[in-house]
Design a protein around this ligand. Structure first.
Ligand SMILES: C[S@@+](CC[C@H](N)C(=O)[O-])C[C@H]1O[C@@H](n2cnc3c(N)ncnc32)[C@H](O)[C@@H]1O
Length: 294
């Protein structure tokens, strides 16, 4: 069951030991008690802190399912391929890899749809967003980048049409993350702080402090461009993702949707859908492949 806050109970260990071994890599705050969850940043005991650029800490043929949502686009193509190879190594024969990424093709089609009607008022507004969706994540130098700025602007202007458009494009995550920049969300954030989060914040402040000691031009060119997990370094479409899966050695490569999967009872996990059944991240590409028997 998907959760933000479940503690480690006895049944949690039993399920993981006795049942299928399912791994969620780059889980962020979307982790489940039934799964082994891994992320670079861990704010919860359910989440193992591990850098995915290193070897996955599991033996060969030991995992039934590997799932990853909106992670590999943060890696260079070479590193993404290495990670997918690692997934193949740790999966049992017939094990399933499910990768969810932003869909380059869909974003480009939306961009072209808007360009075709760019003289309309509606398209002008939507253009502002689609260009951010397409490019900002590749070039931004601060967390959230122009997505955050744009969202803040439409919330301040009470621009419901734009809010609905953005939510239809990327889901409600932005609203949750950025909130309305009001006192409630600041208070909620403060109440959510725990010792581990405070430690992470202090480490972050320390790193930011050390970074400030590097001359600005060097910082801009080298360090700001390498914040782990912040920027998109590549994007995928149904052609390139299939090629990647097959190159590494996966078979039975399929493109599904937020509600469909070959993973047993996947909809009950609420990883790709919200509890009300809506897709968690619309505009995504959902790809699954199987590790062959030999
Ligand atoms: C866009 S978030 C997606 C989080 C979650 N899977 C979701 O769909 O909401 C990308 C996640 O990948 C993690 N990540 C990026 N690079 C990583 C790395 N090298 N090692 C481990 N985790 C990484 C980040 O910490 C972040 O939580």
């Amino acid at each position: 069951m998907y959760t933000h806050s479940a503690g480690k109970s006895r049944s949690y260990y039993c399920k993981k030991k006795e049942g299928m071994k399912k791994l969620n890599i780059g889980c962020g705050d979307r982790y489940s008690t039934d799964w082994i969850n891994i992320d670079f940043n861990s704010n919860h005991p359910e989440v193992i802190s591990h850098n995915l650029l290193q070897r996955l800490p599991f033996s060969d043929n030991s995992i039934d399912v590997v799932y990853s949502s909106h992670v590999i686009e943060h890696f260079s193509r070479e590193d993404a391929e290495k990670l997918i190879k690692e997934c193949l190594r740790i999966l049992k024969p017939n094990g399933i890899l499910r990768i969810v990424v932003p869909d380059l093709e869909q974003t480009c089609r939306e961009y072209l749809r808007i360009m075709d009607i760019i003289d309309s008022e509606e398209a002008k507004k939507q253009y502002e967003w689609i260009i951010i969706e397409l490019l900002d994540q590749m070039v931004r130098t601060e967390s959230g980048g122009l997505m955050k700025t744009f969202w803040k602007k439409i919330v301040e202007n009470d621009d419901e049409d734009s809010m609905k458009y953005v939510e239809a494009r990327i889901g409600v995550k932005l609203r949750e993350e950025v909130g309305s920049y009001n006192h409630h969300s600041i208070l909620k954030k403060m109440l959510n702080l725990n010792v581990k989060k405070i430690k992470n914040k202090l480490t972050h402040l320390y790193i930011e402090g050390v970074k400030k000691m590097v001359p600005r031009h060097i910082r801009k060119a080298i360090i700001d461009n390498t914040i782990p997990g912040e920027k998109h370094k590549w994007m995928y479409d149904r052609y390139s993702l299939r090629k990647l899966f097959e190159k590494v050695g996966f078979t039975n490569v399929l493109f599904l949707n937020a509600h469909t999967s070959l993973i047993q009872n996947f909809n009950n996990e609420f990883l790709d859908i919200n509890t009300d059944g809506t897709p968690y991240k619309p505009g995504s590409l959902y790809c699954e492949g199987m590790k062959p028997k030999k």
